[in-house]
Design a protein around this ligand. Sequence first.
Ligand SMILES: [Zn+2]
Ligand SMILES: [Zn+2]
Length: 155
Amino acid sequence: MATLDIWSSSELAELKPITLGVLRSNATRRHGVTRWKLGSSPPLVSKKVDTIDLHPQLLTEKWLAYGAKVLFHEYLHALGNIKHDSAFYSLESLWPSKEAKEMGRSFTTEMSENRAQWIWRCAKCSVSHYRQRRSNGRYQCRKCGKVLQDVTNTT
Ligand SMILES: [Zn+2]
Ligand SMILES: [Zn+2]
């Protein structure tokens, strides 16, 4: 973040005291969150932000590159860019890791697959949809028109 030359070192120093925590591991769409202290709006960022929580899986080696980008996203919020507006996204796009940009979607997919209790599977083409509930014979494969079967997700 320091190499981007956008923030002064004193602004960046304010990020240091922010406590980092973890989200519940069953979060699938939320990968990070900046929690603000209620009420007061003191001048220093570090006094306004309570904690930044990241998805626990982002701290594993596999997802670390994406985790760094999520933390960058939350730090942008902490530095006063509250809304996801075009200014926010142009700052976010400065993050240098191209890999991280592409990992977001796979992370979402993998987290929801991990969380799913059931797989709705087509017996013919083996297409699989990961779901929390059983399909109970209510859905058909879009390709084959076969009724999807419920299989327990063991992943
Ligand atoms: Zn955000
Ligand atoms: Zn099928």
